[in-house]
Design a protein around this ligand. Sequence first.
Ligand code: ADP
Length: 327
Amino acid sequence: MRGSVSDESQPNKHFVTNTVTGRVIQAKNLYRKYGNIAAVDGITFHVESGETYGLLGPNGAGKTTTMRMLSGLTPVDSGTLTVAGIDVVRDSRRVRETMGVVTQHDGLDTGLTVFQNLFLYGFLSGLSKAGAQKRTHEVLEFFNLRDRSRANVYDLSGGMKRRLAIARSMMCSPTVIVLDEPSTGLDPQSRNRVWEELAILKESGVTVLLSTHYMEEAATLCDRLSIMDQGKILDEGTPDQMIRRHAPKEVAQLRVAPASLRFVRDYLDKRKITFREVGALVSVTGAEGDRPDLSDLDHVDGVRTSYRLGNLEDVFLTLTGRELRDG
Ligand code: ADP
């Protein structure tokens, strides 16, 4: 695997030059209003050096606004925001020099090749011609894009484009990269590839802040995360801490044929067992968050029961009363 110590070629040994220790990003009481809506409503969080930190929340939670304030694209109404000790409000230009940004709209030049996109970005960001060329080769190597370097961006798949956008964000050796919904709109296989790249980047020591509405993405990639909703951070911790704090240990999932739905609802209602329905799936949680006893339903036609562990979806549901997916 790229990035492992045993890899003889060690292409990424010096790929990330991370000189910042401690808190790389620090947001305190950050606030941004649009008309009457507090898009970001007084949030406080920090990201440690080398950490991957996630903002997990549905559409409209305020994630993009937070990312845009970090990049200096949206003004901060009040609160403080620093990146590598630099005040974003006072010196957003210098902040941008320490930060790689991957937005939802990749912003790649579709008329150019992969190599040209990387090179030009580096050159326009202030690298010398020779420096941009050297870094382009390093980036192509690190992201396993060498064999695509002459491909036209226009011909790349969505997943490849996203990987290229992530690669491009590393052109100027940033201290931190900020990714807004890195795998939104990708098929599951491309999503896995993007996750793999981000995991390898993390191994190499770069600090990552990402926003997502996929609980699996947050659970897979993040060391710590915030659950965000309606501009507020509802709680923060490692994925395991959040699940222990807010999710049931186990959830029963009943796949119920339409003809049996009424029977199952009545059965659960009579026993005062709480449940929720998502499509054809009925989720049931035991009173103490333990495995609920549904053995009576084992032999009912049209009902198949399986059990899963509590997850971040359950955490969001506990904290907001709503499904993460529904927003
Ligand atoms: P998320 O990225 O979590 O989906 P956003 O930060 O995009 O959330 O949006 C947060 C809230 O701010 C939403 O209610 C959204 O409609 C509103 N909002 C975001 N950008 C603008 C804008 N440019 N003008 C007006 N309202 C906005």
